[in-house]
Unconditional design. Sequence first.
Length: 374
Amino acid sequence: MKIIHIVRQFRPSVGGLEDYVENLAREQLAAGHRVLVITLDTDFQTDETLPARANYDGLEVQRVSWRFSRRYSLCRLDMATLNAVDIVHVHAIDFFVDYLAAMKRLGAFTAPLLVSTHGGFFHTAKNQRLKQLFFRTVTRATLSMADAVLSCSTNDQALFSSISKQAQLVNNGIRLRKFGALADVERGNDIVYLGRFSSNKRMPWLIQAYAALSNPRGKLKIIGRSKTGDTSTLVALIEQLGCADRVELVLDVGDDVIAHHLATARFTVSASEYEGFGLGVVELMSYGLVPLLCSAPPSFNDFVRDSQSGQLFDYQFQDFERAYERLIGQWNPSAANAAVLYAEQFSWVSVAQDIFSVYERVLASTSSRKGRAA
């Protein structure tokens, strides 16, 4: 099968969406399919303009120029290239989806179109009324042209099924123990955040909440790339609060350093107010890190409830402290094992097969429609 994945950002940019597309593409390559990733020619984390083509260990990448906004990047795609493949799979709800749906209406784009939701465009509260209007009008019309809509979480399924009969739940996949094996060392009570520093992650609040704990048992280690948010604000806040002894920023480090910090920790944390899923949390759960999560994202509630491991908190420092104390007091090897077992159900081997089953169903339906038309 010939497959094209289209995503706004890809390697060398790093993040949950980039990981998702690469892991899915590699599973498909390993299964013998021909795969191409189409993305923009700018790394938004560094502002670097990237070459038009790249090859990452056999995975072909084609980059296109763009204009207008990083959130809604306008560009042109070669319809002949897209029409020559079996499946075009677009990731996230942005210009690419609207553009290809319009081309489908005009008859210029004829390949089957699949869309993965990845949380839509509701990650922040900014312009919510305008977003809701766009979602109920343009996005509804756009998704009516898709052959399948893959909701990446129960939250996305509830959201997108309200505007698309095609929406179906196919949970995110994760790369289990993606940073390699951990050293066999004694774990302490450190708690790790790993991911972007975008505004929806509420990093300043998390630092303040941890700094306000009356009896922290270990360090909060915040690990990520400095280009993914306003890290200078986080540095200044730690200095202002005088909490450098309990909050540590770990920036721009390799997998071996990340693995070292995971090996000495027992917990993972996120104060994010919105998540399409929460890949980073489940990835760390695969190492046995027990989660301490904000209750705002529905998927975070699922993680704690379904794994029977971890604690939830609201946006109040006292509630955070109560949840933290329960987390520390209830930790045992069984809690860590429960986190691992929960994460394993999201293995890319099984998720890629679920997605491929959707591909096959779409192709069969498309062939049937063409047969009736003939």
